[in-house]
Design a protein around this ligand. Structure first.
Ligand SMILES: *Cc1c(COP(=O)(O)O)cnc(C)c1O
Length: 403
């Protein structure tokens, strides 16, 4: 099918929940994508922080192909070798003792919310079910996770929302302290806010949150759905600090594009999820687990995460140079590892994203008016230079009023 035919088919048969750019990709390799006509694109979004090893990493593709003809699915009523091996490596890479598998970030957060409520119920007392979340957070699109999300735009039209969430500004430790009551069981926070606009935690914020949760005997839940799996230069973003959470969620890059989510916890907490307390038909099935295991083993064996900081610094220097060149367009630049946001002044981010796409560069948007970069972690310096070159041309056009 050619692109025009694909667009028409989408228009006719796909629910209009996304405003799609006029492009349909048919092939990917590393940092490159090709559309139906064979045009080549440079992907600096990676499916929004999903394809951290790049598109169709041979090791992941081979693991999926092998498992697809060996055994795709059995129920969680039975033991699944790759699921158990995947859980073991996730525990080795994190604070966790046990893992629950599901299929997406929202589902992982659902599991975390359920576990925290269960813990509150069993440990803190009947009514201790409330969870504190942050303004501008993003936790998913299910009913519980849009309620947890501190952004009106994802909640509009879906009331009544779930009971039991309280919202405070991100990076405001006093506000959290003031919001905790005897009804609170947990605080849920992204270590770096992604969809909110790539907002970094203040120095010591996570440490102080951990201290506060310990003092008030409530759980700290970290949503590492976007920041996890090497994105920020440590395997999980909170590992830049000295703290560990009680519960953590991961998804996006976990299967390098194969859908899988995970909710990780210490034994002390996971212990409250007994047989029958939660479940998932597909969660951690043989195919998904084989994909994720190959992803994690590749990241670990090839020491991919070790070079994220260096590549990220190179990108940051380039972006700062761009800011000097276009001070009237570029505002604040924020980032950690290979997760970057650039605030745009006056010019709408959608216009810049569209102009980049016309020049065959994929970037994203976040927050109110922030350009977002989450390239594959395997991106090299020459590819970053190409990206900066294209961005320079786009900003020149924007400046002269002809994007
Ligand atoms: C993307 C995202 C989610 C939702 O993940 P889905 O797989 O789309 O359900 C949750 N939390 C954060 C921080 C995310 O970035």
């Amino acid at each position: 099918m050619n692109s025009e035919e694909i667009f028409a088919l989408t228009e006719n048969f796909i629910a209009p929940t996304y405003k799609r750019f006029p492009v349909a990709f048919s092939r990917g390799a590393g940092v490159k994508l090709w559309d139906a006509e064979g045009n080549e694109y440079l992907d600096c979004l990676a499916g929004i922080a999903v394809c951290n090893l790049g598109h169709c990493h041979p090791r992941v593709s081979a693991a999926i192909a092998a498992q697809a003809s060996q055994l795709m699915h059995v129920s969680n009523l039975y033991h699944i070798e790759f699921q158990a091996r995947l859980a073991k490596i996730l525990c080795e890479l994190s604070f966790a003792d046990k893992v629950f598998f599901c299929n997406s970030g929202a589902e992982a957060n659902e599991a975390a919310i359920k576990l925290a409520r269960r813990y509150g119920h069993e440990v803190l007392g009947e009514g201790a079910k409330r969870i504190i979340t942050m303004h501008r957070s993003f936790h998913g699109r299910t009913m519980a996770t849009i309620t947890a999300t501190g952004q009106k735009k994802v909640q509009t039209g879906y009331q009544p929302l779930l009971e039991g969430f309280d919202y405070v500004p991100f990076n405001d430790i006093e506000a959290v302290a003031a919001a905790i009551t005897e009804k609170t069981c947990a605080v849920l926070v992204e270590p770096v806010q992604g969809e909110g606009g790539v907002i970094l935690p203040a120095v010591d914020y996570l440490n102080r949150l951990r201290g506060l949760c310990d003092e008030r005997k409530i759980l700290l839940i970290l949503d590492e759905v976007q920041t996890g799996v090497g994105r920020t230069g440590t395997f999980f973003a909170h590992q830049h600090s000295a703290i560990v959470p009680d519960i953590m969620t991961a998804a996006k890059a976990l299967g390098n594009g194969f859908p899988i989510g995970a909710m990780l916890a210490s034994d002390r907490v996971m212990h409250y999820f007994g047989p029958g307390s939660h479940g998932s038909t597909f969660g951690g099935n043989p195919l998904a687990s084989a994909a994720a295991l190959a992803t994690l083993e590749t990241l670990r064996d090839e020491k991919i995460v070790d070079r994220v900081i260096q590549t990220g610094t190179f990108l940051k220097v380039g972006l700062e140079r761009l800011k000097q060149q276009f001070p009237e367009i570029i505002g604040d630049i924020r980032g950690l590892g290979l997760m970057f946001g650039i605030d745009l002044k006056d010019v709408p981010v959608a216009e810049v994203v569209g102009a980049c796409l016309e020049r065959r560069l994929l970037v994203g948007s976040a927050g109110d008016n922030t350009l977002r970069f989450t390239p594959p972690l395997i991106i090299d310096k020459s590819e970053i230079e190409t990206m900066l070159q294209i961005l320079t041309e786009v900003l020149k056009d924007v400046k002269s009023g002809q994007p």
